[in-house]
Write a protein that binds this ligand. Structure first.
Ligand code: COA
Length: 315
């Protein structure tokens, strides 16, 4: 008889088990910041949360694995996302992941979701092999890039005519942020507009946990034409024992591209982070981004530290 049993996640009861499994399964990643119950709460109450599709695998009655067959409820196109499986290290290669993935795929099928994505890092060969075994194909590559905040670039083609203002993260600022980002990102891979409710929700929830956001707007006269959001997460800094921050979002409106506005926003934001005592900054980028953003980042001294392979499976 198999030792593996699958059971659904029960809301209000299983959050701490979920956190425990995630933290054990992800511990080996050098940059993983442990999750807390507050993170689980935030996921649960999020405007785009999906209450279905979450399962545990138990091994001899003990929960040892988790998977989430997720459907972004705000998307029109029914594109699912298989988040996991996550198996505690000591019980790998016993087909627990396989049983969870089969459960997730069946769950997608039952809900009429015939297309779903997943992700594996370039350093995570087991995850790549695992996804390939289930018929996923890699179809997009993303990079994480990093740069030290010393020797910041200057006179590298940044626009010097625009005015850059830190507009804070009040309700009015978030409204502008939301509209600008949706407009700047609309041609991007897998885009779906972020609702104002989501922008407010995630910003406020993270702020409650001590995360510091700054919204920088680029103005031509009084018209905002670009945005850069910086993020400083004290939990990450504490866990990694490094003063590290994020350039989270950069967006320049289409008619104003190729005029050095993105570069100016990047340099301005990096100076700000350096003044905040940060030593390094990271960002994420789609390698085949239609605006060739990676080239701008390279020209500003960023280097790739990690790749994320995005996979898709169509039934
Ligand atoms: C990837 C992971 C989920 C696999 O779970 P698992 O229970 O160990 O996997 P299974 O025993 O069901 O293996 C299924 C298949 O995956 C592949 N695979 C799993 N681990 C592998 C490894 N270390 N090396 C190569 N292939 C591996 C094999 O094709 C295997 O089939 P086989 O046993 O018939 O050869 C597990 O390693 C894990 O939790 N990793 C950390 C979290 C993570 O990266 N999740 C993946 C998100 S996509």
């Amino acid at each position: 008889m198999s030792n593996i049993k699958i059971r659904p996640f029960v809301e209000g009861q299983d959050e701490s088990i979920y956190i425990d499994i995630m933290n054990r399964a992800m511990k080996e990643l050098p940059d993983f910041t442990p999750m807390t119950l507050a993170d689980a709460e935030m996921e649960k109450n999020a405007p785009n949360s999906d209450k279905r599709g979450r399962f545990f695998a138990e091994w001899n009655e003990n929960p040892v694995g988790f998977i989430y067959a997720y459907l972004d409820t705000q998307r029109q196109d029914k594109l699912g996302y298989m988040d996991g499986p996550y198996i505690v290290p000591e019980l790998r290669r016993k087909h627990i992941g396989t049983t969870l993935a089969e459960t997730a795929i069946q769950n997608f099928k039952d809900r009429g979701i015939n297309k779903f994505e997943s992700t594996a890092r370039n350093t995570n060969v087991p995850a790549q092999k695992f996804l390939e075994k289930f018929g996923f194909r890699m179809y997009r590559v993303f990079s994480r890039m990093k740069r030290s905040l010393s020797d910041l670039p200057e006179n590298v083609g940044e626009n010097k005519d625009i005015k850059i203002v830190d507009i804070g993260t009040g309700d009015e600022a978030l409204k502008i942020e939301n509209a600008l980002i949706n407009e700047a990102m609309k041609d991007h891979f897998n885009f779906r507009p972020t609702t104002l409710e989501e922008t407010k929700y995630y910003t406020r929830e993270q702020e409650k946990q001590g995360v510091k956001y700054n919204d920088f707007l680029a103005f031509i006269n009084i018209v905002p034409v670009g945005i850069m959001i910086t993020v400083i997460d004290p939990r990450e800094i504490e866990h990694q024992k490094k003063n590290i921050a994020w350039l989270a979002v950069l967006g320049v409106l289409k008619p104003h591209r190729s005029k050095g506005i993105g570069k100016a926003l990047m340099i301005h934001a990096m100076k700000f982070l350096e003044e905040q005592g940060m030593d390094e900054v990271m960002l994420g980028v789609d390698d085949t981004n239609i605006t060739n953003a990676m080239k701008i980042y390279e020209s500003l001294g960023f280097e790739v530290t990690l790749k994320y392979f995005r996979y898709i499976k169509e039934l």
